[in-house]
Design a protein around this ligand. Structure first.
Ligand code: P6P
Length: 341
């Protein structure tokens, strides 16, 4: 019989972040407050996503974003909600989004010093799934400013290796709304209780199995892949007679949903380069790098096939990268095969 939770036994994300902060006497609380800001944005976006089918917000906004994709109304709403939740706080000096061509420097008039942090985010990944009620997600990455010392931040502050992130995570708008994040002290999952508007600790210290149950890839791209990738996917599908067992295929086509399932159950996700997308499809700064930080902190791994995702030095804001991410031994297997001559 599950122990019913008394109101005093629930741990809100606010209490959890505060307790985590106390582990770092040098902490000023600014990172904690920035994470709260993102929680507020997540609640607002979640409310709108949950109503998407009931208001006229469905459908296409009509504008074309920097990726050349038709912007869905919820994309625009989510993009602005995240930015409006942080830009007045004095905690960030620059924000950059998948939906905006350039970073947006932030200067709060009263504070000449300028914010300490950089926020990179994909406001609503998988948005083509909005109209068919498939889970979608928000992904965020937080760095300290590095290139500028005060005032508004710059593109150079955004172009940092994933290894330098101070926090990263995602919000999954699925059967429930979950926020999963890391600050380098493990990975923790919180489920939104909409009746009280609080994210409650539901998955402390998430650890991924070393070997995955699932492999996730869009196999319709098979003929566009390099032979090494075909070998790797073939082994995940059929086994390779010893080094890796055949796995179950699971591919939702919504990055956060695929990554979250594999994080919890064990699995490996691949979005390789191919003849049509020579650098892959997914973005390094606000998709691959934050997810790699989370997955590594849960005991997994993430590579572009040659290098750890977190060790790649970005040169452009929206640069793409091939991505193989998930259970540690599955990623290692893929890297070993791809490294063979
Ligand atoms: P494909 C959704 O459009 C997205 O950006 C990710 O969420 C998802 O993992 C990927 O693209 C799916 O791409 O080519 O398999 O449809």
């Amino acid at each position: 019989m599950a122990r019913s939770q008394s109101p005093t036994s629930v741990i809100t994300i606010e209490r959890f972040i505060m307790e985590q902060e106390r582990l770092h006497p040098e902490a000023t609380g600014e990172l904690s407050n920035l994470l709260y800001d993102l929680c507020l944005a997540a609640k607002i976006i979640s409310r709108q996503v949950r109503r998407a089918g009931l208001t006229d917000i469905l459908g296409e906004f009509g504008a074309i974003n920097v990726q050349g994709e038709v912007q869905q109304k919820l994309d625009v709403f989510a993009n602005e909600t995240v930015r409006h939740s942080v830009e007045h706080t004095g905690r960030v000096c620059v924000v950059a989004s998948e939906e905006d061509e350039h970073p947006i420097p932030v200067q709060v008039r009263a504070d000449r010093r300028g914010g300490k942090y950089v926020l990179l985010y994909d406001p609503l990944d998988g948005s083509t799934n909005i109209g068919v009620n498939v889970s979608i997600g928000t992904i965020f990455s937080i760095h300290r400013r590095s290139a500028t010392k005060k005032g508004p931040g710059s593109l150079a502050d955004c172009l940092q290796k994933g290894r330098a992130q101070v926090a990263a995570g995602y919000i999954l708008y699925g059967s429930s709304t979950m926020l999963v994040y890391t600050t380098g002290q493990g990975v923790h999952g919180f489920t939104l209780d909409p009746t009280i508007g609080e994210f409650l600790l539901s998955h402390p210290d998430i650890r991924s199995p070393d070997v995955g149950t699932y492999y996730s890839v869009n196999e319709s791209h098979w003929n566009r892949w390099a032979p090494g990738i075909q070998r790797v996917v073939g082994a995940f599908k059929n086994g390779d007679g010893g080094k890796v067992e055949a796995k179950n295929a699971r591919y939702i086509g919504s990055l956060v949903a695929d990554i979250h399932r594999n994080l919890m159950s064990g699995g490996v996700f691949l979005y390789p380069a191919d003849t049509m997308s020579p650098h892959g499809k997914l973005r390094l700064l606000y998709e691959a790098a934050p997810l790699a930080f989370v997955v590594e902190q849960a005991g997994g791994a993430a590579t572009d096939g040659k290098r750890d995702i977190l060790d790649i030095k970005p040169t452009e804001l929206h640069q793409r990268t091939p991505l193989i991410i998930g259970s540690r031994r599955d990623v290692a297997y893929a890297s070993a095969v791809l490294g063979e001559k």
